[in-house]
Design a protein around this ligand. Structure first.
Ligand code: 5GP
Ligand code: MG
Length: 180
């Protein structure tokens, strides 16, 4: 067993254990499977944060899936959103006529997801839904419809399970709060 003792010692506390995450991702996958029965899903996954969430989720969805990875960043190395989102949009991607499921790791100010939602909607998909593993309970500056949500959490900066601080901690199997 790999306990990642070195990296885990940087955490003040664990918010969600690997088992908490596994169980919730499994139930989200079941919900998505029911909702998209008979359809091909085009998953638009925001890298790098949603990498682990999307990998675990999609391996449990027993439906045909197209995976498109998109890049968006707003933190630029800090622990607070800069208020400006940079999109990396592959030149050859089109969502026209597809059932698009936009997935990200965490919804904070809503800037990232709302920007991506708007951009994908311009492509005239057949349907467009959104999902995040974590939803921070805070006043939202940017409104975005949310269809799937793993957990509601308090307004704190979290790391692990794909989420980083200055590029580190993505490989933590749990989600936690860093030592001050
Ligand atoms: P928003 O645009 O909603 O303010 O922020 C969403 C993006 O910011 C997410 O894709 C994620 O990359 C990053 N983010 C937001 N909150 C956190 C957090 O608590 N921890 C980490 N590591 N990233 C976060
Ligand atoms: Mg992100």
């Amino acid at each position: 067993m790999n306990v990642l003792t070195g990296v885990l010692s940087d955490l003040e506390r664990v918010l969600l254990s690997a088992e908490d995450i596994r169980a919730r991702v499994e139930s989200l996958a079941a919900q998505i499977e029911r909702d998209y029965t008979g359809k091909l899903i085009t998953v638009a996954a925001l890298m790098d944060g949603a990498l682990f969430f999307v990998a675990d989720l999609l391996r449990q969805v027993d439906l045909p899936v197209h995976l498109v990875t998109l890049g968006a960043s707003s933190y630029h190395g800090g622990t607070q959103s800069s208020g400006e989102v940079r999109l990396q949009w592959p030149p050859d991607v089109s969502f026209a006529g597809q059932h698009v499921l936009l997935l990200d790791d965490i919804l904070d100010t809503g800037l990232t997801l709302s920007a991506l939602h708007k951009r994908i909607a311009e492509e005239k998909p057949a349907s467009l839904r959104t999902g995040v593993l974590l939803n921070k309970k805070r006043p939202r500056a940017h409104d975005c419809p949310l269809d799937y949500c793993g957990f509601e959490i308090a307004d704190e900066f979290v790391v692990g399970y794909g989420m980083d601080y200055q590029g580190r901690f993505r490989n933590l199997p749990c989600i936690g709060i860093l030592n001050p």
